[in-house]
Design a protein around this ligand. Structure first.
Ligand code: MLT
Length: 402
């Protein structure tokens, strides 16, 4: 009989957002008459921008004509999109070669897939709380994970501890779930730590387009030296409403290496390319044309209008927290609001309480790590009307029980 990968036995029974969805479905089944507002998974609700839709339509037309039809595309992404992304990085003052950019179906897949390149023997440093994909995928591979605590005391922005060695370091900034965002000085320290430890930073910048504070970095490559120690993952899911459309990009600079057992310096860019060519056939042409349109002036303006609208929802949520004097972070350079569960509840109990009493779905902090046990995440991605209604119910519920 085939032998099973025992590492899977170390995983929680279901993926965080599947567990949330399961509980919400069970509630809906029992209470079909109740209205439920979802501020749980960070799924967008605004439709794609006009420029993006037009690009998709015209690419679909091309696919329907013998002269312009395309079959397999380059696994790394079409040049037109790679150069559009390259230009986008120039706006942050970051120079990349187009062949350092790999188009993907999203940051979730690539933050997991990148683990293919690294030996099981690496020590992985992961902040707690954080997006659960990093922990789950490294657990599937049986790697040793060490955690670094994000707490209210350090504003959920843990800093490197020089007495601890790590080989791989995950950073998500602006952070999912806390919404906290590292400044340049803090990222400088992480880059220095990675360089001192010969480590690789796996930097998830999926929420960079929500950064409005001009002093904050959008990309880790704004920090000198990061080009030789950091891989960056980004996505159009939240930037331009691509959660269902699927398109992201991963930057693997040519200067980053990892050591083979026989002492050779392996170039990660080459190895990632090798991995992608074997396991990935690229993002559909129509979607890549849509993604290219996001980076046009008009496409960017449409994307900005979307993020601005979500940030208005974030303000409605943060204002509610202020009003109720609940300790929270996020909601400024991030679409997530992370708050301490009221009444000293743990986060799964608060999840059930909020769903049952107010018909509002959030995400329990415990799903992002033990430091989230008494914290809770709400997203700003629902409609204005639903967000306002959810906060009205939230205030009523808390006042009635306060
Ligand atoms: C979240 O809610 O944390 C995100 O939507 C998950 C994701 O992007 O995969």
């Amino acid at each position: 009989m085939a032998k099973f990968n025992e590492n899977f036995l170390e995983l929680k029974e279901s993926y965080l957002f599947s567990e949330v969805a399961k509980r919400v479905s069970a509630f809906k089944e029992q209470h079909p008459e109740r209205s439920v507002i979802r501020l749980g998974i960070g799924d967008v609700t605004l439709p794609l921008g006009k420029t993006v839709v037009e690009a998709m339509r015209s690419a679909a037309e091309e696919m329907g004509q013998a002269e312009t039809f395309r079959g397999y595309g380059p696994e790394q992404g079409y040049d037109f999109l790679r150069t559009a992304i390259q230009k986008h990085y120039k706006a942050f003052g970051v120079e990349l070669d187009a062949d350092e950019i790999f188009v993907s179906d999203g940051a979730k897949s690539d933050t997991g897939n990148i683990t293919d390149l690294f030996s099981k023997d690496n020590t992985v440093l992961i902040p707690d709380p954080v997006y659960p994909v990093y922990v789950d995928t490294n657990t599937m591979n049986g790697r040793n994970i060490i955690y670094i605590n994000g707490t209210a005391e350090n504003d959920f922005l843990p800093m490197p501890d020089r007495s601890v060695h790590a080989d791989l370091i995950y950073i998500c900034s602006p952070n999912n779930p806390t919404g906290a965002c590292y400044n340049r000085t803090q990222l400088r320290k992480w880059v220095d730590y990675a360089l001192e430890n010969d480590a690789v930073i796996l930097f998830d910048s999926a929420y960079e387009s929500f950064v409005s504070d001009e002093s904050l970095p959008h990309s880790i490559y704004e920090i000198a030296g990061a080009e030789s120690c950091a891989v960056e993952f980004c996505s159009l899911s939240k930037t331009a409403g691509f959660t269902g459309t699927r398109c992201g990009y991963t930057i693997v600079p040519k200067a980053i290496t990892a050591k083979s057992a026989d002492g050779r310096e392996m170039i990660l860019n080459k190895m990632w390319n090798r991995r992608q060519c074997t396991k990935f056939n690229g993002v559909p042409y129509v979607i890549q044309r849509a993604a290219e349109a996001v980076f046009s002036d008009q496409g960017m303006a449409e994307a900005r209008a979307m993020t601005d609208s979500y940030m208005e929802n974030a303000r409605i949520i943060s204002n509610t927290m202020e009003e109720l004097k609940i300790r929270y972070t996020g909601g400024i350079n991030s679409p997530y609001i992370w708050f301490e569960c009221p009444f000293g509840m743990n986060s799964w109990d608060f999840f059930d309480f909020l769903l049952e009493k107010a018909g509002v779905v959030g995400t329990p902090g415990a799903g992002f790590g033990k430091n989230g046990d008494n914290w809770f995440r709400l997203t700003a991605f629902n409609s204005r009307e639903n967000t306002a209604e959810a906060m009205k119910r939230f205030r009523t519920l808390l006042s009635a029980n306060g």
